[in-house]
Design a binder for this molecule. Structure first.
Ligand SMILES: [Zn+2]
Length: 180
């Protein structure tokens, strides 16, 4: 019995993306401990802590308002309480664009009110997002690019190994079924 070849990109991309995110995050400020979380909670009117995006659901996560990819740092003024669905839906998008587009479908919340609150929060802690490109020197930026390139190569190497393993393991399974 021949099984179709699995598509190359079927395997979940392991490790590298998490590493890249952590890498980017560490190249910015990271100061968001218990005291900062309490302060942010107070700003957003907790407890009970509501999601800073929809204002409705209970917030169970902390999200980077300006995503790490866009230079967002882990500090007061950029870390906001979020519910799972909002956090997952927003992902790496610009919060204003995302919130407006999303509400067009649902029309469930007062977007302008939520956005005003988010801007107030950034202003209250004087948070100004800075791109990684503006934070690093030219040499550091080159080194950053080199690491990212190596990570992509490593990820590809890992993906090939996973794909080959899966294809071998599944053909072995098929063989075992044929013998039954
Ligand atoms: Zn929410």
């Amino acid at each position: 019995m021949s099984s179709p070849k699995p598509p190359v990109h079927q395997s979940p991309r392991i490790g590298a993306s998490i590493f890249e995110r952590g890498f980017r995050e560490r190249l910015g400020r990271r100061h968001f401990g218990k005291a900062e979380r309490q302060e942010a909670s107070r700003f957003f009117g907790g407890p009970p802590l509501r999601c800073a995006y929809c204002g409705i659901a209970e917030a169970k996560r902390w999200d980077h308002l300006v995503p790490v990819r866009a230079g967002g740092e882990t500090v007061l003024g950029n870390m906001v309480p979020a519910c799972g669905p909002c956090d997952d839906s927003k992902a790496h998008r610009n919060f204003e664009t995302w919130l407006r587009e999303r509400n067009m479908d649902q029309n469930a919340i007062d977007v302008e009110e939520q956005l005003a609150k988010l801007h107030q929060y950034m202003q209250a802690y004087r948070y100004v997002p800075t791109l990684l490109e503006d934070r690093l020197t030219k040499t550091e930026l080159l080194r950053f690019g080199e690491v990212i390139k190596k990570l992509a190569a490593l990820r590809m190497e890992a993906d090939i190994l996973i794909t080959e393993y899966k294809s071998r393991a599944s053909s072995r399974e098929c063989g075992a079924q044929d013998q039954k």
